[in-house]
Ligand binder design. Structure first.
Ligand code: N01
Length: 543
């Protein structure tokens, strides 16, 4: 290989993933003048919003909050058309940011990374794409997404199905013909809650297979009010400051006066509590998380909220028996990610929609013409939609053959449960840094804001290394242990473990159960990261 070609394949920074986190990292690395390239498995930018094109896909945080804050020009220039942007608009936004900062020449599309092997001599990562391209990088920044490794359970006979089988998280770019079709949807998580009402509108018949009912709150999406948008833009910095001091990174724009709750739900009178829930129900969206400070830690407080939402389900579904089947009773509200819905429960009032409760009879397998149940029933269909979720947080990383010191794979490293320091690095995997990674607050904090913070942290770290003549950074196993124990302790103070959820790894057979997200809130997380960097990165080994 000619020297110039070789140089082109030797990067300082290699980024994996062109979602919002990867784009942010690419932009900041370029600004620093680093030799950097981003590898993306898809053919365009957008990450989650590139892959999840199912009908009804839209963000569940308000777009004015779920957006980049690093550039006030971007904040002012981009006009959101709806309160919660839909997938196409979010992808356009990602494209706009990519072009505005001229990121495209630095991205390799259709280039899925399949392996990353650490060379202990050179302190570099040898990285290979699916097509066999090899590249060497000093640092690997894994912006691979927290919900990007789709989980598709296998049902016996699936290959015999004569119709079409699709997954919400890998929705075909060319779209799926659903008009007049008989459709089965498996799963009732956030993806299902969004696509079920849309599919029901066009399909001849829709059958939904529910294993666990969910709590959903009306999103109350609407065209963006221009005055509202103008008001927010007039003091975006103020909003971002409030967000960054909040536990969740978003406040809900109806609740700017109360970004962090100070009271417990049972500290107020029944009437006051009811009024607060009514206010949040009317405003729509996920602000229930912020209604009281103890909804995720106190069973009685949690139950007051759960019972409020159960009452609403009874109001929304006409048939009381059906309403009961759709009502969650076996786990605390908010411990599974709350869904923001648009007409989800009402969809079950339609004549062309049927709910199959898998607690009554399970799926036996897939026949050529539909889904066969253990009680012998056959649900005929033309299309099966798997809305069955993701191997969350760790899946996008451990599906890559990542080998650190001594050839240990990341899968081996996590065999008995997740091990990271602050969701940033794992011990024995030097110079590899995760964004929105497992063990960070990613799934319970605004992911764009977290990525912005992490990108800045990474840049400072790389600058520090350069100015101290270090080319290798590894987190100590003590720091990793300490963080894991702390995250477990905080997790155990919540009701999270009373629920089977991807937050705990429960949805993937064989995945070790350990809290995969940091529940201590962003301000505490940021302090940890800042302290770790203070005094010469004492929690790390620099060589
Ligand atoms: O996945 P999920 P998702 N047989 O894991 C069921 C974000 N998101 O893609 O609960 C039958 O929540 C499973 O049943 P159970 C958001 O953070 C956001 O919907 O395990 N059923 C469940 O009902 C969300 O939390 C938006 O008993 C099976 C469903 O499939 C996260 O992504 C939109 C099954 C999976 O639900 C994941 O949501 C979409 C089986 N073998 C997603 N296996 C926004 O609104 C699984 N299920 C922005």
């Amino acid at each position: 290989m000619a020297d110039s070609q070789k140089a082109a394949q030797e990067l300082e920074v290699l980024i994996v993933g062109a979602g919002f986190a990867g784009l942010q990292m690419l932009h900041s690395s370029l600004q620093k003048g680093r030799s950097v390239r981003l590898y993306e498995a898809g053919s365009a930018v957008g990450g989650t919003w590139y892959w999840n094109r199912y009908p009804g896909a839209r963000v569940d945080l308000e777009s004015l909050e779920y957006s980049f804050s690093f550039s006030s020009e971007v904040e002012q220039e981009w006009r959101w058309s709806e309160r919660y942007a839909a997938q196409p608009e979010l992808q356009r936004y990602a494209e706009y940011v990519t072009d505005k900062f001229n990121l495209r020449p630095h991205i390799r599309f259709n280039a899925r990374i399949v392996s990353a092997i650490f060379d202990e001599e050179s302190h570099r990562w040898d990285v290979t794409t699916e097509a066999g391209e090899k590249v060497s990088a000093r640092f690997c920044i894994m912006a691979t997404g927290l919900l990007s490794a789709p989980n598709r359970p296998y049902f016996e006979g699936a290959e015999s199905f004569r119709g079409l089988q699709v997954q919400t998280g890998l929705w075909p770019k060319e779209g799926v013909e659903l008009e007049g079709k008989r459709v089965c949807v498996i799963g009732t998580g956030s993806s299902a809650v969004q696509c079920i009402p849309e599919i029901a509108k066009v399909a001849a018949h829709l059958t939904v297979f529910q294993r666990t009912p969910v709590f959903a709150i009306p999103a109350r999406n609407a065209p963006m009010d221009d005055d509202h948008q103008r008001r927010i833009k007039a003091d975006y910095a103020g909003l971002r400051k409030v967000e960054s001091e909040s536990l969740a990174g978003f406040v809900g724009l109806h609740f700017l006066d109360k970004p962090n709750p100070t009271q417990g739900a049972m500290e107020v009178s029944d009437a006051e509590r009811r009024a607060e829930y009514d206010r949040r129900w009317a405003a729509g969206g996920l602000s229930f998380y912020n209604a009281y400070k103890d909804l995720l830690t106190d069973a009685a407080s949690n139950e007051s909220c759960a019972e409020y939402v159960r009452g609403k389900i009874r109001e929304r579904v006409r048939d009381p028996e059906l309403a009961e089947k759709l009502t969650p009773r076996t786990y605390p509200i908010l411990t599974k990610r709350l869904c923001a819905d648009t007409g989800y429960y009402e969809t079950y009032n339609r004549d062309n929609v049927r709910l199959v409760d898998l607690r009554e009879t399970g799926i036996a397998g897939i026949a050529p013409d539909g889904i066969r149940m253990q009680d012998g029933a056959l649900h005929r269909c033309d299309v099966i939609v798997y809305a069955t979720g993701f191997d969350a947080l760790t899946g996008a990383l451990d599906r890559i053959d990542i080998r650190g010191r001594g050839g240990e794979t990341i899968r081996q490293h996590w065999a008995d449960g997740l091990r990271t320091f602050a969701g940033l690095m794992s011990s024995g995997f030097p110079n590899m840094i995760y964004m929105n990674g497992p063990g960070s607050p990613s799934a319970v904090f605004a992911p764009i804001q977290l990525a912005e913070y992490q990108a800045a942290w990474i840049e400072r770290c790389l600058d520090f290394m350069a100015s101290h003549g270090a080319d290798c950074i590894d987190v100590t196993s003590e720091a990793e242990e300490e963080w894991g124990a702390h995250a477990d302790e905080i997790g155990a103070m919540t009701l999270l473990s009373r629920s089977n959820t991807w937050y705990m790894g429960d949805n993937i057979p064989g995945k070790p159960r350990r809290v995969l997200i940091y529940m201590g809130g962003f301000p505490a997380y940021r302090d940890t990261c800042e302290n770790a960097a203070a005094n010469g990165y004492q929690k790390f080994r620099l060589t």
